[in-house]
Structure formats: C-alpha cells, structure tokens
Design a protein. Structure first.
Length: 332
C-alpha cells in the first residue's frame, strides 16, 4: 500500500497541514521540522497525486526534463529546442541532470512529483526502470526524447537511429572505405546505429569484422581509449564511425597521439552534429538530427497528454541527414 500524507504526519509527529506546507514549499515551518518531514518523505518514497491535481485544473505549467550527461553538448541543444517550444505552449522547463545515476534519477523524479510538475520528458538514457514503470502506473504524463523503450507502452520522440547508422556508413563506403570501425555506447540508440552500420556493410557485400566493433563509456577520455584500441589493431581501420560526436572526437584525439593524419590516413564520422563539429580541427563530419522539429514534436505530444488526457501511445521517428565536413575523404 502506498504511503499517504497521514502516514508522513504520524511518523513526523506533525499535522497533515504541516506536511502539506512542506510539500508545497509554503508557510512558516522550522528548518528542523522541514528536514524531518522531507527525510520521511524520501524514506517512504511518498509522491503526491499529480494527476489528481491536474484533473482539478491546478496545472503548474512546468515540465521536468531529465538529461543524463551535462558534458555532452547535444543535451544543451535538446534543452534549447524543448524550452523554446515549451514557451510557445505556455510551459516552462525544469532541468534535472542525472549523471547516469539511477539513484539521482529516482531523487529527481520524487522531488519533481512533490513539486507537482505536470509531466516529464526523459532524454536519451534512463536506468531506473522501476521509477519509469511507476510513472506509467500512476498515469503521470511522460514522453521519452531521443530514446526508446520498446518493452514499455510509452510515448517517444526520436530520430531514426537505424537509418542514421546506414547514412554514416554508406558515406564512408562511397569514399572507398571497406575496413570501417565503429565505437558505440551500451544504449538503445547507439545499438540501433550499430545495426544500421551492419546493414550498410551487408548491402555492400562486406562481412562485418567483430574486432572493429567496440563499446565505450560516455566520457571523452573513455572514447579516446577505445579509439586507441581500434587504431592499435594489427590491421587498423581506414575509417571510424563514432555513434555520437564525443566518441568521434575521442577517436580523433587517439589518432593525433599516434600521428595518424585525418582525413588522409583516417576518416571519422560522428553523430548528433553538435557545436563540437565546428570547433574541432579538422571540422567533423556528423549525422545531424532535426533537433528543432524534435523539440516541437515532443512538446506537442506531452501537452496533449497533460491538457487533453491523450492516451494513445506514439512512437515518432524523424529522419537524420549527414553534414559532410573535413574529417572524411577518399581512401588513399
């Protein structure tokens, strides 16, 4: 049985009115009392009924956006796009950075539900499946962004990662590259991009080489180390497809350390088309997502859920395109 406001009041030895004031962050409450109530709320995983408040017309016009990694510039682009679209719908966006930590994910969701945000947009990676299932069970409006969870009946708005993998690999194949390495992360999106890479090789009549497919952590130093392992193979690849720009830039750093010239000796393609693509030298070829259109669409979906109670689950995919720059050239 879920804990109630009466359980919180009983354990904290305060009135339900005091608990309500703490939850809603109003009224004069002593610091000690507030901390005691908040501690019990966290221990019991108590969550106010956001849906009931919405049904009474008490919308807060706030939507929580959960992102996994502030170091990756793509999330700044996501925030900018979603925030701009949110303003058009009359909603503000509350940013929550989870650092890929399931405990932080749970804490952010608990806190945002206490603050009675009207819904959640969850971007790219989310490890705490239990919390996600709880949101769905409680009929809290939630949409996945640049991320899919096929095993759950949940709305998602993303780019077609599979087609993006095909596009990146076909670009390299067209330049004459046949030994193409790929660096990915252990995420659904990244795995779809690898699946596209494998399809493009198969369509070109090229058997994939297992040693050319490597997985990395999401930090730049981890990407550099993984790129180094690819370049240290006895027969190194002539091209590398990084399943995001950080992985691609890490590969470029590894090449520079080893004196491997880009693009003369190694072509590199990234994914996301972040600001890094024009800062790095040479400028990075990358698969671009229609971030503005994605932000607009995710807001349309979640606002329909919040304001109109939309129940239909949608899985919306948009097509990417490649932005060719200086890191790719014909195989020498």
């Amino acid at each position: 049985m879920k804990p109630t406001i009466y359980d919180i009041a009983r354990l904290a030895k305060v009135s339900t009115a005091t608990v309500s004031k703490v939850i809603n962050n109003n009224g004069k409450i002593s610091i000690n009392t507030r901390q005691r109530v908040l501690k019990i709320i966290e221990e019991l995983h108590y969550q106010p009924n956001v849906l009931a408040s919405a049904m009474k017309g008490k919308l807060t016009y706030q939507i929580a956006l959960l992102i996994p990694d502030m170091d990756n510039p793509i999330y700044a682009q996501y925030l900018k796009s979603i925030e701009a679209s949110g303003q058009g719908f009359g909603f503000s966006i509350v940013l929550c950075s989870t650092d890929n930590d399931p405990e932080k994910e749970a804490k952010h969701i608990t806190l945002m539900r206490q603050k009675q945000v009207d819904g959640f947009i969850i971007a790219s990676r989310f490890k705490n499946t239990r919390m996600l299932e709880e949101l769905l069970k409680d009929e809290v409006p939630v949409v996945l962004f640049a991320y899919e969870k096929p095993e759950l009946l949940i709305d998602s708005v993303t780019v077609d990662d599979y087609q993006g993998g095909i596009i990146a690999t076909e670009h390299l194949l067209a330049l004459g590259h046949r030994r193409i390495g790929v660096i990915a992360e252990e995420t659904f999106s990244s795995n779809e991009r690898v699946r596209g890479y494998l399809t493009a090789l198969q369509n070109a009549g090229i058997d994939p080489v297992e040693s050319l497919i490597m997985y990395s952590g999401h930090k730049i130093d981890e990407a550099e180390a993984t790129g180094g392992r690819l370049l240290d193979l006895a027969e190194r690849p002539s091209a590398i497809f990084g399943c995001n720009d950080i992985l691609a830039v890490g590969s470029m750093r590894a090449a520079r350390i080893r004196g491997v010239a880009i693009p003369e000796e190694l072509s590199v393609v990234g994914f996301d088309n972040t600001v890094w693509c024009k800062i790095i030298h040479p400028e990075l070829t990358s698969v671009a997502m229609p971030v503005g259109d994605l932000g607009q669409k995710v807001m349309e979906v979640i606002v329909n859920k919040i304001e109109r109670g939309q129940k239909i689950n949608q899985r919306i995919r948009m097509f990417p395109e490649i932005k060719v720059r200086a890191t790719t050239s014909n195989k020498q």
